[in-house]
Design a protein around this ligand. Structure first.
Ligand code: M6R
Length: 643
């Protein structure tokens, strides 16, 4: 998410920055901006919306019909060094003010940033105490002012000092009026690449921004720092010691580079899940000694468990929410599947009645509202017409609304009482993957926090679940590292026209999402069944042409699953099982399954976050093998903003 470009050379910087940003548009964004070091000093221009809005703004100002060196030469935007950014909103909604670059109070230091600063609230208060007045809602403006605070004549040292105080993740590119010949770039958990052209040096958040200038790029590693000059780049480690780096030759063409070398956005987004899950979880978990959050009756949304706490303070969640008599969850498609899992999670962790509905049904029913109902509305885009209609209906009925969404400033985010962002980054493929698993992360956090506040989860169990949640990103990575196994299986099964997923409890909910993936991108007739329902009808459909994928992670129901699998196998179906690795109990499925996919052990209630990943990969590979475009399935739009 977000695109970064930095340029120091001999050309006018603005056209280079705008073209670089254009090459990064695929990453998704909601506003754009540039900062140039020119004759009058630091000049910043920003615009909400498409990059062309920024371009038009600059064209009008410089009097040119195109953005050329000629039209810029006599304007305040003339300069051969600058930084640019396309922003995907995190802190603060999309607006000109919140767009990057962000500038410190002196107006001398400009910063573009990709990532999330977790301790921004504390740093912001600290800076306010020292007289800093903020103009935006961004965490990035804090970074600009921290650098400014630490600046004692050496920009590199100031960046090092400021970065040393940040928690979270970042890719930062910094320029300063007082250091007019170099750009500083530093990263943690967000990519930055650098390239050297003839008399010019560039930095970008991805290779496409540099390809016009060079195919030899340096990949910055975590905590490394790059200092860009016109004719060379210096690299340092996080202690400020000089290091040498080798270039990598880029073979990809521009289109492949946009996808980070992956063949499709969907595959890229499937692989982004470990990082997205980390981004969703980490800001919401604090250790007891981290300070800053009260542990009283949950008044600030945080509860001590001797070791770790869930903190939903950031979203304004307090104990009053957990006094609800009933939770209602409403959403569409994949987000509704997250809601079904949410229902099971709430019942399990918080012992509270939960109704879950597709928004398209809910809005035309005659639902009964009670004053102490709370609604959880889930939507990746935050713009789905049915979902918004359901939310407005619930609001009218007097319910309080928590939104789980991926898009800051979306209609859902603006109209809900509380918003929990999934922080998954832009999802471009129509079939949802990382948005789904991060929605599950969010709903589990809320359900657990409800449980804590209602006294149904004790500190020992909370700790156990938090540890399990923290292990999930690495476990997801492990599943992805075995993707060839799923690819091989897809090569045997991709022509199947009848694929059923079945499971019980959380596995049934994971089956719903797994079947949808196959429908969407393979046009396969795939269905999900609660395994216990088979004998009430669906088993009549099973024959030798059927593939049945049984998701088996609910340990207490293994006997039942074994029996259901045996029944479909007896009717000639091919059987694949997704179950735990290193688990003596799940060994029983070896005997009856034609194919097994083992996933790392987590708590039974958290299993869908992992068990859906093999199904996502299976659908992806089947789609490719069928010669389809998994990113753009027929008849489907990414966001359904009309009924
Ligand atoms: O943006 P939303 O989460 O509200 O979208 C809801 C559904 O349209 C969406 O999940 C759809 O089902 C996806 N294409 C699933 O992959």
């Amino acid at each position: 998410m977000c695109g970064i470009v930095g340029y120091v050379g001999n050309e006018e910087a603005v056209p280079v920055l705008i073209e670089g940003l254009r090459k990064l548009e695929y990453r998704g964004y909601d506003s754009a901006g540039v900062a140039v070091l020119g004759k009058p000093g630091l000049v910043v221009r920003k615009a909400k919306g498409a990059l062309k809005n920024l371009e038009e703004k600059i064209k009008v100002e410089t009097g040119g019909s195109t953005l050329t060196a000629g039209s810029l030469a006599n304007s305040v935007l003339s300069g051969t060094m600058g930084i640019g950014h396309t922003r995907w909103a995190t802190h603060g909604e999309p607006s000109d003010t919140n767009a990057h670059p962000q500038v410190d109070v002196s107006g001398k230091i400009a910063v573009v940033h990709n990532g999330i600063i977790e301790n921004y609230a504390r740093l912001r208060d600290w800076l306010i105490e020292r007289g800093v007045q903020f103009t935006s809602e961004t965490d990035t403006e804090i970074i600009a002012n921290l650098i400014s605070y630490h600046y004692k004549g050496d920009l590199l040292q100031a960046v090092l000092d400021a970065v040393g105080r940040l928690d979270g993740s970042w890719a930062l590119v910094v320029i300063s009026v007082d250091d007019p010949d170099r750009i500083i770039a530093v990263r943690k958990e967000n990519p930055l690449v650098l390239g050297q052209g003839a008399g010019e040096t560039l930095v970008g958040s991805d290779v496409p921004a540099l390809l016009e200038y060079t195919r030899e790029v340096y990949y910055l590693e975590d905590r490394e720092i790059a200092v860009l000059y016109r004719d060379h780049v210096d690299f340092y480690n996080d202690e400020g010691k000089s290091i040498q780096k080798k270039t990598t030759h880029i073979e990809w063409d521009a289109a492949a580079a946009e996808k980070g070398g992956y063949e499709h956005f969907m595959l890229k987004e499937i692989h982004e899940q470990p990082k997205a899950l980390t981004d969703t979880l980490r800001p919401r978990i604090i250790t007891a000694d981290a300070g800053g959050v009260n542990d009283t009756a949950g008044n600030k949304g945080a509860v001590t468990n001797n070791a770790k706490k869930i903190s939903l303070e950031e979203i304004g969640f307090d104990a009053s929410w957990a006094q609800a008599n009933r939770v209602m969850i409403t959403a569409c498609g994949t987000a509704w599947h997250a809601g079904v899992i949410g229902k099971y999670a709430f019942e399990h962790f918080a012992r509270i009645p939960v109704d879950v509905d597709t928004a398209s049904e809910f809005r035309y029913r005659d639902p009964i509202f009670n004053p102490k109902d709370i609604f959880i509305i889930i939507s990746q885009s935050g713009e789905t017409a049915d979902t918004l209609a359901a939310m407005r209906m619930a609001k009218k009925g007097g319910a309080r609304i928590i939104a789980i969404t991926n898009v800051v400033g979306s209609t859902l985010a603006r109209e809900a009482d509380l918003v929990m962002y999934t922080w998954a980054g832009p999802e471009i493929a129509v079939a949802s993957t990382k948005a789904f698993t991060t929605q599950l992360m969010c709903i589990n956090l809320i359900a657990l926090q409800f449980g804590v506040l209602r006294g149904t989860i004790d500190p020992v169990h909370l700790n156990k679940y938090i540890n399990a949640l923290e292990a999930i990103p690495a476990q997801a990575e492990k599943i992805l590292s075995g993707k060839e196994n799923i690819q091989r299986f897809a090569s045997l099964q991709f022509n199947k026209n009848k694929v059923f997923f079945m499971g019980r409890l959380f596995d049934y909910a994971a089956s719903l999402e797994s079947a949808l993936k196959l429908k969407e991108i393979c046009y396969t007739h795939s269905e999900a069944f609660a395994a216990g329902e088979l004998k009430h009808g669906p088993i009549a459909l099973v024959d030798t042409s059927t593939l049945v994928v049984a998701i088996c992670t609910q340990t207490k129901l293994f006997d039942k699953m074994e029996s259901s699998i045996t029944q479909v196998k007896a009717r000639g179906a091919s059987i694949a099982v997704i179950t735990w690795e290193d688990d003596a109990e799940s060994g029983r499925f070896d005997r009856i399954a034609d194919e097994k996919f083992r996933i790392p052990r987590t708590e039974d209630a958290l299993s869908p976050i992992l068990s859906v990943i093999p199904a996502q990969l299976f659908a992806y590979y089947c789609s490719v093998l069928r010669g389809l475009d998994p990113d753009k399935p027929r008849n489907l739009a990414k966001s359904v903003t009309v009924e």
